[in-house]
Design a protein around this ligand. Structure first.
Ligand SMILES: NC(=O)c1ccc[n+]([C@@H]2O[C@H](COP(=O)([O-])OP(=O)(O)OC[C@H]3O[C@@H](n4cnc5c(N)ncnc54)[C@H](OP(=O)(O)O)[C@@H]3O)[C@@H](O)[C@H]2O)c1
Length: 254
């Protein structure tokens, strides 16, 4: 265990059927948290994550399309019923929907990219807020290095969506600070998950690793550790509105 205060915390990790979310759910379970594992299309992945969670702690499995308000509202209500409340919301569900340049992108694709990454974060936060007020809990959003540098190779609107997540984090931190709720973003660089199995060739991944000062791409566990840090009041009690880059130095800001 790293953070004693995460024991028995009630944690919902959206998009935990795969990659960063799956590693994060398992990491919270190892701290003794009650973990809500969420999936949309990948039920087998959700079941696998839950099996890992219950080796260490309690948990439950929930399904929702995070773009749809009624489904998100039900997801949060079902989690709160199962766990007895909500202390930590990890807004991780999201993805690049395809490599398409802005010049050739139709409105439907544009809107879906925003719904998948920005609307999802807004909706989960909106419906979790009453519970988080009661627990004086916290939120960790998942942004992207693309949100800092504009992406590349047909990921421009995904990058813009993640930039909106970064800015929305600051707005939420300002608005919810009075409720004792901290809100931060973890900002991954290139992380080896299903995401880049789909959208990057092995050559591209190799090239990025070579350009990264620490000489490798990241793992889902690298991000999970940063999320635990931001979620722990012992570790991060006075940190809010922050974007924590976890990218091996791929993109650095002063
Ligand atoms: N990998 C990277 O290099 C990287 C870099 C920066 C940021 N990120 C961000 O990190 C987060 C996790 O990505 P990952 O790398 O772990 O990718 P991943 O392995 O593909 O996982 C994506 C997760 O998001 C869920 N999801 C996608 N669309 C959804 C929707 N409409 N409703 C509900 N759930 C949805 C998926 O659920 P189902 O499969 O069950 O549908 C899955 O659990 C994403 O927000 C991504 O943008 C990743």
């Amino acid at each position: 265990m790293i953070y004693e205060d995460l024991k028995d915390k009630r944690v919902l990790v959206t998009g935990s059927s795969s990659g960063i979310g799956a590693a994060t759910a398992a990491a919270f379970a190892r701290q003794g948290s009650f973990v809500g594992v969420h999936y949309f299309r990948t039920q087998a992945g959700g079941e696998q994550t839950l099996a890992e969670v219950i080796k260490h702690a309690k948990g439950c499995l929930l399904k929702a399309d995070m773009r749809e308000e009624a489904q998100v509202e039900k997801l949060i209500a079902d989690f709160v019923r199962a766990a007895g409340g909500l202390d930590v919301l990890i807004n991780n569900a999201g993805t690049l929907l395809g490599r398409v340049n802005i010049e050739g992108m139709d409105l439907k694709h544009f809107e879906d990219e925003l719904a998948t990454n920005v609307r999802s974060t807004f909706l989960a936060t909106k419906h979790a807020l009453d519970s988080l007020k009661k627990s004086r809990g916290c939120i960790v959003n998942v942004g992207s290095v693309a949100g800092h540098q504009g992406g590349g190779g047909g990921s421009g609107i995904y990058a813009a969506a993640k930039g909106a997540v970064h800015t929305m984090t600051i707005a939420m931190a300002k608005e919810f600070g009075g409720y004792g709720i901290r809100v931060n973003t973890v900002v991954p660089g290139l992380i080896e998950t299903r995401f880049h199995e789909k959208f990057s060739t092995p050559e591209r991944k190799k090239k990025v690793a070579a350009e990264t000062p620490l000489g490798r791409n990241g793992t889902a566990e690298d991000i999970a550790k940063a999320i635990l840090f931001l979620a722990s009041n012992d570790a991060a009690n006075f940190i809010t509105g922050e974007s924590l880059a976890v990218n091996g130095g791929l993109y650095m800001r002063a």
